[in-house]
Design a protein around this ligand. Structure first.
Ligand SMILES: Cc1cc2nc3c(=O)[nH]c(=O)nc-3n(C[C@H](O)[C@H](O)[C@H](O)COP(=O)(O)OP(=O)(O)OC[C@H]3O[C@@H](n4cnc5c(N)ncnc54)[C@H](O)[C@@H]3O)c2cc1C
Length: 347
């Protein structure tokens, strides 16, 4: 069988893509294959389940409501949480899974890791490895490659607390002793939440930022600025509530202070963004494919090979700066705008 679509990765992005297929081309669901080694809902469930979302409940249900196929589900859950408040991320993952469950049942699922994609005359050849180590191939007309991303790291020699642990208040204490110093790189949404957990665990924190000010707030018109829980923690830091535990260091102005903090610290935490680290063998070359056109969603200009999600996002430009659009509402927007399966409007 030659599949119509193979969705590689079962995280938020491809769950939304399934909602899109079910809305614009439901007849191809039986010829759709979804491949993922876990099928748990991706990073929202696996890595960040207890992190409070930076999107409100109403933003989440509005995104689901934009797909014809999941709109009734979105309406049915709209009242189950405060529309103006965020929830924990596992709540979003669970509802995404539930919203598309009827459509997943019509498609085909495969627990495996994709290792290569080859462009052939009659479509794409996808190579995957099953959990038992055996390797197989399938043919498909289109691939939607949404493999997620990993937190960026740096090469300091100090032990690292993984960002996922720093973002889970229950796990921070498994790493640190009270009174130990931690150097935290990055003060955007995740960094600010990690800062609070480290202080709550009794650490002293040297927080390093590379922006003009330690905190950039959405309320000041900063695109992608911190809001909600993170903004309220940042307000407390600036008001001095954390002064005995937190020092703020500018990466640009005080390289020596960063060095000094590293010498005094026992741990580092990196909250400096995310990068696609999923290697793939394409056209005889192995590596992470970064050549991406957000307007067409095509990866490496290969016909039929598309990408979405945090690994292959769209972007917005403000004041000459480029901001990657990484959220469920922006993935929805990206999928609907590129509308790669339908010649007619997707909404
Ligand atoms: C800390 C943090 C907080 C966030 N908070 C929010 C929020 O509040 N609201 C919001 O809307 N967004 C949020 N996001 C952004 C975004 O919604 C998530 O990052 C989301 O998990 C991205 O979905 P994804 O499908 O791109 O990747 P993932 O969820 O990582 O899913 C990728 C999937 O691909 C699979 N995979 C990888 N490689 C292969 C392969 N070779 N073969 C087969 N399968 C493969 C993985 O197993 C995984 O299941 C947050 C992101 C982070 C990092």
């Amino acid at each position: 069988m030659i599949y119509k679509v193979a969705c590689i990765g079962f995280g938020a992005a491809n769950m939304l893509f399934i909602a899109y297929i079910a809305s614009v081309a439901p007849e191809i669901l039986p010829q759709t294959l979804i491949i993922d080694p876990f099928f748990d809902g991706g990073a929202l469930q696996r890595s960040w389940p207890t992190v409070r979302s930076n999107t409100t409940w109403s933003q989440f249900t509005a995104a689901l409501g934009r797909f014809k196929a999941t709109s009734p589900y979105a309406s049915s859950i709209a009242h189950t949480n405060n529309p103006d408040e965020p929830t924990q991320l596992h709540v979003l993952a669970k509802h995404l899974r539930a919203a598309i469950d009827p459509y997943i049942r019509k498609a085909n699922v495969l627990k495996a890791t994709v290792t290569g994609i080859e462009n052939q005359e009659n479509g794409l050849l996808v190579t995957y490895t099953k959990p038992n180590g055996t390797t197989h191939t399938i043919q498909t007309e289109k691939v939607i490659f949404s493999p997620g991303s990993s937190p960026k790291t740096m090469t300091h020699s100090l032990p690292t607390i993984p960002l996922a642990a720093a973002l889970d208040v229950r796990q921070v204490g498994n790493y640190v002793l009270a009174g130990e110093r931690v150097v935290l790189f990055g003060l955007a949404h995740s960094g600010v939440l990690a800062l609070k957990h480290l202080v709550d665990a009794g650490c002293r924190v040297s927080a390093v930022y590379n922006t003009p000010k330690p905190f950039l707030f959405a309320r000041d018109g900063e695109y992608d600025g911190i809001k909600q829980d993170a903004a309220s923690i940042a307000d407390d830091v600036l008001a001095g509530s954390y002064s005995s535990a937190v020092e703020l260091i500018s990466w640009d102005k005080s390289a020596e202070d960063v060095q000094d903090a590293l010498l005094r610290a026992k741990w580092v935490v990196y909250s400096t963004g995310f990068e696609n680290t999923s290697p793939l063998h394409v056209g005889g070359i192995a590596g992470v494919i970064k050549n991406y056109n957000p307007e067409t969603a095509l990866i490496a200009n290969i016909p039929g090979l598309y990408g979405f999600g945090i690994a292959y996002p769209s972007f917005s430009e403000f004041g000459g700066r480029k901001f990657w659009d990484v959220s469920i509402p922006s993935f929805t927007d990206h999928i609907l705008k590129t509308n790669i399966l339908s010649p007619v409007s997707s909404e």
